[in-house]
Design a protein. Structure first.
Length: 447
C-alpha cells in the first residue's frame, strides 16, 4: 500500500543496540527509501547523511538548477524484442504485477512482471534487470538480427512536474557455431579450448557489471536459502564461466589463461565470498540487512568498492600508488588508505606511528613526514565529501585494535601458518587468493 500511495519510508537508525532494521528493511526497499545505520546521532555519519538527503542541483544546471535531487512516485517498465524476456529486477523495487508477452517464467529477484514501482529515487538509484533468452538453441537467429531493450522511467520531479524518460538500447545477436556448447575435445595440434577462436560475446564481456549482478543475486538468495548453499552456487557459477570462456588444454591446469575481459572476475568473486554480504560473522542482523540493502541500490563503481575495497599506499618513495589488497602491502614505513565504501581507514605502519608519537612531524626539518601524514587524510576527506551514506572515518596504527578494519579485508597471503614472507601476518584460516585460483583452475579444466 505504501508503494502504490507513493509514500517513501526512510530509516535513520543510530544506536549500539538492535533497533529492528532487519525487520523494517522490507518496507524501506519496497518504497525506494534511504537507510543509514550509525552508532549514535552525534556522529557525522548521521548528521552529514541527513543533510545530504536534501542535496540540490548546481544553479547552472539547465531546468533543474537549485531544485532538490530527489524524485517521487517513480515507476520502471521494460520492453524487449521477441527473442528474450524479462526475468526480474533486484533493487529498491516493488512488483506492479504487469504481465505481458515479454515476461519470463524464470524469475530472478522480483519477477513475474515487466513493470515495477521504484518509489523515491535520486540520481544514484540503480536497479539490476535480468533477462532470459527464449530463442531455442536449435534454431539460430538470422544473421544481422538485432535486439532491442527499452526502459521507460516515469517519476515526479521535485518541481512537481511528471517526467517520462525513455532509454532505448540496440545491439547484435551472436550465433554460436553448431555444437559449440557440447565442447568436444579439440583435435590434436589445435591447442586447447577457445584458443585462437574469435568470440564477440567474450570480447564484449563487462566483468565489473557481471560481478555486481552476480553479487546482487547471491545476496537476494540469502533471504530464502542458507548462506553455505549460496556460496556453493557462486562457486559453481564462476567455474562454469571459466570453463566456457577461458583458454586451456583439457586436464592441464598450467595451461589455464583468462583474457583481460575476464581476468579480474575470479578475484572479485574471491573477495565477495569473504565480504560482509555473505559472511555474517562479526555482523549483527541489523548491520547485515543494512549492508545488503545498500549493495542492492548502488551503482557498479560503488558496489565494486564494497566487494573489493580500494587500497592506496603512501610512502617517501613517490606519490600515492594503488596497492594490492594483500597482507604483503602492509609495511612499517608506509601509510595505507582503505576505502570499503562504509568505512574509510587511514592505517599507519609501525614506524610511521612511532615517528608521529615522537612528534617528528612538528619539526621543520621533517616537513616531508608532515606532508606524508596529511596526504591520506586529505584524500580520505575527498572520498567522504561525495558519498551517501557518509562513511565512518577511522585512523589507526599497526598492531592496535582498530587495525582490524583493514586487516580483515586483506588477502591472507601471509598468515600465522606461513613460513617467512614480507608484510603483516593475518590470523585466519581462510584460504588465500593463490590457493583459490589453484582450485578454480583445476576444476575449470576438468574434461
Amino acid at each position: 500500500p505504501s508503494a502504490t500511495s507513493c509514500h517513501v519510508v526512510d530509516v535513520f537508525a543510530c544506536s549500539l543496540d538492535q533497533v529492528g532494521v532487519l525487520e523494517m528493511g522490507e518496507l524501506v526497499e519496497a518504497t525506494g527509501g534511504l537507510m543509514v545505520l550509525g552508532d549514535s546521532f552525534g556522529q557525522s555519519v548521521f548528521k552529514e547523511s541527513l543533510r545530504r538527503v536534501f542535496r540540490t542541483y548546481e544553479d547552472d544546471v539547465p531546468e533543474d538548477g537549485g531544485k532538490m535531487q530527489m524524485a517521487f512516485g517513480a515507476t520502471l517498465e521494460v520492453l524487449t524484442s521477441r527473442e528474450f524476456k524479462v526475468s526480474g529486477a533486484i533493487g529498491p523495487v516493488t512488483s506492479l504485477g504487469k504481465k505481458g508477452p515479454n515476461v519470463s517464467d524464470l524469475e530472478v529477484g522480483r519477477g513475474g512482471t515487466n513493470a515495477w514501482s521504484l518509489g523515491g529515487i535520486d540520481p544514484g538509484t540503480t536497479v539490476a534487470i535480468y533477462f532470459d533468452i527464449t530463442n531455442p538453441g536449435t534454431s539460430p537467429l538470422p544473421e544481422g538480427k538485432r535486439r532491442f531493450i527499452q526502459f521507460l522511467t516515469r517519476y515526479q520531479h521535485s518541481n512537481g512536474r511528471t517526467r517520462l524518460r525513455a532509454t532505448t538500447l540496440c545491439g547484435p545477436w551472436y550465433n554460436p557455431p553448431p555444437g559449440e556448447d557440447k565442447r568436444a575435445p579439440p583435435p590434436p595440434g589445435a591447442g586447447g579450448y577457445n584458443m585462437g577462436q574469435p568470440n564477440p560475446v567474450k570480447a564484449s564481456f563487462d566483468q565489473e557489471a557481471a560481478a555486481v549482478l552476480l553479487a546482487r543475486v547471491a545476496v537476494h538468495r540469502t533471504e530464502t536459502e542458507d548462506v553455505a548453499d549460496v556460496l556453493r552456487w557462486v562457486d559453481r557459477s564462476l567455474i562454469r564461466l571459466c570453463a566456457k570462456f577461458a583458454d586451456y588444454i583439457p586436464d592441464d591446469p598450467n595451461s589455464f589463461r583468462l583474457t583481460p575481459e575476464f581476468s579480474l572476475m575470479p578475484q572479485f568473486i574471491f573477495h565477495l565470498r569473504r565480504s560482509q554480504f555473505l559472511q555474517l560473522f562479526n555482523s549483527s542482523p541489523d548491520e547485515a540487512a543494512y549492508y545488503r540493502y545498500i549493495l542492492s541500490r548502488e551503482n557498479t563503481t560503488n558496489s565494486l568498492v564494497m566487494i573489493q575495497p580500494t587500497l592506496l599506499s603512501y610512502s617517501f618513495n613517490g606519490p600515492p600508488t594503488p596497492a594490492l589488497l594483500d597482507s604483503q602491502s602492509v609495511r612499517a614505513d608506509t601509510i595505507l588508505l582503505l576505502d570499503t565504501f562504509f568505512h574509510v581507514v587511514v592505517f599507519h605502519g609501525e614506524t610511521c606511528a612511532a615517528w608521529r608519537e615522537q612528534r617528528y612531524h612538528e619539526q621543520e626539518e621533517h616537513v616531508a613526514f608532515r606532508n606524508l601524514l596529511e596526504a591520506p587524510q586529505a584524500d580520505a576527506q575527498t572520498i567522504m565529501d561525495n558519498r551517501f551514506p557518509v562513511p565512518r572515518y577511522i585512523v589507526c596504527d599497526q598492531h592496535k585494535s582498530e587495525a582490524r578494519f583493514l586487516m580483515a579485508k586483506l588477502n591472507p597471503s601471509v598468515t600465522h601458518n606461513s613460513e617467512g614472507g614480507a608484510g603483516a601476518q593475518v590470523f585466519t584460516d581462510d584460504v588465500s587468493l593463490r590457493v583459490f585460483m589453484e582450485h578454480l583452475m583445476k576444476l575449470a579444466v576438468q574434461s
